[in-house]
Write a protein that binds this ligand. Structure first.
Ligand SMILES: *[C@@H]1O[C@H](CO)[C@@H](O)[C@H](O)[C@H]1NC(C)=O
Ligand SMILES: *[C@@H]1O[C@H](CO)[C@@H](O)[C@H](O)[C@H]1NC(C)=O
Ligand SMILES: *[C@@H]1O[C@H](CO)[C@@H](O)[C@H](O)[C@H]1NC(C)=O
Ligand SMILES: *[C@@H]1O[C@H](CO)[C@@H](O)[C@H](O)[C@H]1NC(C)=O
Ligand SMILES: *[C@@H]1O[C@H](CO)[C@@H](O)[C@H](O)[C@H]1NC(C)=O
Ligand SMILES: *[C@@H]1O[C@H](CO)[C@@H](O)[C@H](O)[C@H]1NC(C)=O
Ligand SMILES: *[C@@H]1O[C@H](CO)[C@@H](O)[C@H](O)[C@H]1NC(C)=O
Length: 629
């Protein structure tokens, strides 16, 4: 069937007179501005050419986010350099007044005027030694994640490389990011620190990025030299899309935001890394309770189809016909959906406390909460650090020992615990108590968080993994939003290694916005292959060959994955489909042939169910003006 295709990609191919065209050759410009939320004063501005951005509107792409520092981070991407400069001045005032830190690579005409001259922020911009960890293609068409060393001395360089490789492999070899691995590169960028380890008590050590903890307890790890980190990432150009600052400390710690900060903790390093990368790459908020930001492909703020981004993943509602309610509900607590609304799983959070408190043996830590007595079962969820043995701590509910035991080999590192109690909590007040028994753990033993959740029975709240519905999530203000699954996603259960399907789909969207499926379309002339030329008269004639280099997905992967996927390749010559070469990455034509060739590539995977922006398609075209012979 020689169907004439009239797609937009073909129109472009037909208009082409020579050279190569593709959907993503133009590099846009990116502006990043940090400013104080109250005064709107800019504190940092970066402007550079950036990786291509599929589906970029003429008005550009604008995103604003609150950083952990309390500042606002604005990102603006546009096709025209002029547009980003105009936005920069609109946000921060005219250029000559800029008295804050900037990183600017190109200055178009009309903007050459000097700005306020600042003393250098750093007398030391690190000389980086960059090594590949896991790579899949040229950085200009990949999303690049770079581990930067902090608190590793020159003698510890090998330890840094080992730590970085272990983490990169953990999150990409058989789980988390493994299906999208061919769209990613992982690099290790080493610069020696003068001192080893991360600072404590709010004081950085003499290290490249000055990482430190606030106290000694295991919680956040902060950076004191953001300018050095920005310069370091910036100096790598398109090779640094997501900088990861790794502090040389064996225990839990981390931070999300402008930079992902992690430690190589055996138990927690991968866990913090994949969760923070989920935030920054997929651009989603939390799924766990007690947070403040719930947004993106995994968050719904109401129960209508328009408000739920994962309607195409919803599971059938279980048959509740045989079920008899033995208790009454509030109006908003029904679980048989109202017309036009999607069913909500029935749960409530009577207690939420991010305690972050050091425990001691002189007095137990306890807290109370009220139950309505209306739920089939409940869960006590908490996280601890600095408590290596079961005999060090007793966790009890209403005086009854819950027989907590630490995760094997956790030592003093942080870990998360769930104690499920499959019976109804009585109506009224209850008390949870953490009693430290071992004086030697004082100063380190810490209760990080504690939460109580109550659930309806299996007809009202489906616990089955892989069930997609509307599961309520409760914010720090106890406001309800909804997530797609109960516990399938590492954005909720940080100890689980995978994302839910809605997040994985969002991951594909996010990556394919910045990566084109086609790496290259190259033309050449070659001797006729005996195979193709059997019986042909022109035995000695050369042939026209077009080679299509694709991102190594589907059958092109190094290591196959347990997900159904494929590439669909369509070749077109002078506007007419060439069916003999369907699904092939090499097209062979007569050596005398002239004209325009176009190829359209569609990738499909069961991990993406809808593709409204056609991000899973790419095309390329070229015109041949000279003969091979
Ligand atoms: C991936 O490999 C790690 C380490 O070998 C293993 O612990 C984990 O269970 C594997 N995950 C999957 C999904 O197979
Ligand atoms: C639900 O949320 C969506 C997306 O935020 C919004 O478009 C829609 O108007 C909301 N519907 C109601 C009834 O609030
Ligand atoms: C959150 O709100 C629900 C419903 O109003 C209530 O039952 C629950 O106790 C509240 N939880 C907290 C921690 O305030
Ligand atoms: C011991 O812990 C209790 C409960 O958290 C707290 O109220 C008390 O201040 C602590 N005592 C000391 C000496 O830290
Ligand atoms: C539980 O409810 C009782 C009765 O309404 C109230 O006096 C008490 O303060 C509540 N406790 C908590 C922890 O909210
Ligand atoms: C609680 O026990 C019931 C009856 O044995 C069982 O059907 C249900 O799956 C259990 N629920 C949970 C959450 O374990
Ligand atoms: C090309 O591959 C797709 C699956 O990826 C398949 O559906 C299609 O039939 C193939 N086309 C031809 C002509 O073989």
């Amino acid at each position: 069937m020689n169907r004439v295709l009239l797609d937009i990609w073909l129109v472009l191919a037909l208009c082409l007179t020579s050279g190569l065209a593709a959907d993503v050759t133009e590099r846009p410009y990116e502006l990043v501005v940090h400013r104080e939320l109250d005064t709107l004063k800019c504190t940092y501005l970066a402007l550079r050419e950036t990786q291509h951005f599929r589906g970029l509107a003429d008005s550009g792409y604008f995103k604003s986010k609150r950083l952990e520092s309390g500042e606002e981070r604005i990102q603006f991407i546009a096709k025209e350099e002029q547009a980003v400069w105009e936005r920069a001045e609109a946000l921060c005032g005219e250029k000559y007044t800029w008295d804050f830190y900037t990183l600017i690579h190109t200055v178009p005409q009309g903007y050459e005027m000097e700005q306020v001259v600042l003393p250098p922020v750093q007398d030391y911009v690190p000389q980086l030694e960059v090594s590949p960890l896991i790579t899949s293609g040229d950085s200009s068409n990949r999303v690049d994640l770079v581990f930067f060393a902090d608190g590793y001395t020159s003698e510890e360089k090998d330890k840094f490389l080992d730590d970085a490789l272990r983490l990169a492999e953990d999150i990409s070899s058989n789980q988390t990011f493994y299906t999208v691995k061919p769209l990613l590169n992982f690099w290790a960028a080493f610069a020696p620190s003068k001192e080893s380890g991360v600072g404590v008590g709010g004081k950085p050590k003499d290290t490249v990025f000055g990482l430190y903890r606030d106290g000694t307890e295991l919680r956040g790890v902060y950076y004191s030299k953001p300018e050095v980190a920005r310069e370091a990432c910036d100096s790598l150009g398109t090779q640094c899309d997501y900088p990861i600052l790794m502090g040389n400390d064996p225990l839990y710690g981390g931070l999300g935001g402008e930079f992902t900060v992690i430690t190589p903790s055996l138990a927690n390093g991968p866990l913090v890394l994949r969760h923070e990368l989920g935030h920054s790459i997929i651009d989603v908020g939390e799924e766990y309770d007690g947070g403040f930001a719930y947004f993106g492909v995994n968050a719904a703020h109401n129960t209508t189809s328009a408000g739920v981004p994962w309607t195409h993943w919803l599971s059938p509602v279980p048959n509740t016909a045989t079920h008899h309610h033995s208790h009454s509900y509030d109006d908003h607590e029904h679980n048989s959906p109202v017309e036009g609304e999607i069913r909500v799983e029935r749960a409530v959070m009577p207690l939420q406390n991010y305690a972050w408190t050091l425990l001691n043996t002189s007095a137990a830590w306890s807290t109370t909460f009220n139950s309505s007595g209306q739920y089939a079962w409940h869960l006590i969820r908490f996280s601890l650090s600095g408590i290596p043995a079961a005999s060090d701590l007793v966790v009890s509910l209403d005086g009854k020992d819950l027989h907590w035991a630490p995760r094997a080999d956790i030592g003093v590192d942080r870990w998360h615990y769930d104690i499920k109690l499959n019976h109804t909590l009585l109506e009224g007040e209850h008390e949870i108590t953490f009693t430290l028994k071992n004086t030697e753990t004082e100063g380190e033993a810490q209760l990080c968080s504690v939460e109580v959740l109550e659930f309806g029975d299996e007809n009202e709240f489906v616990t089955t993994p892989g069930h997609y519905s509307l599961y309520p999530t409760f914010s720090e203000m106890n406001e309800t939003t909804y997530r797609p699954t109960n516990e399938d996603c590492l954005m909720r259960i940080v100890t689980t290694p995978n994302f839910c399907s809605a997040c994985v789909e969002g991951l594909w969207y996010a990556l394919l916005r910045r990566v084109a499926l086609i790496d290259d379309l190259a033309r050449s002339c070659s001797e006729p292959s005996t195979l193709l030329d059997v019986g042909a008269q022109s035995q000695s004639k050369q042939q026209r060959v077009l080679d299509l280099a694709l991102v190594p997905l589907a059958h092109l992967r190094d290591t196959p994955v347990d997900v159904k996927e494929g590439y669909e390749i369509t070749w077109v010559k002078d506007g007419v489909e060439v069916p003999e070469f369907a699904n092939r990455t090499r097209l062979v034509d007569d050596g005398d042939a002239l004209g325009s060739y176009a190829v359209k590539v569609r990738y499909w995977t069961e991990e993406v169910r809808v593709d409204p922006e056609e991000l899973l398609e790419s095309f390329a075209a070229l015109t041949v003006l000279t003969r091979c012979s």
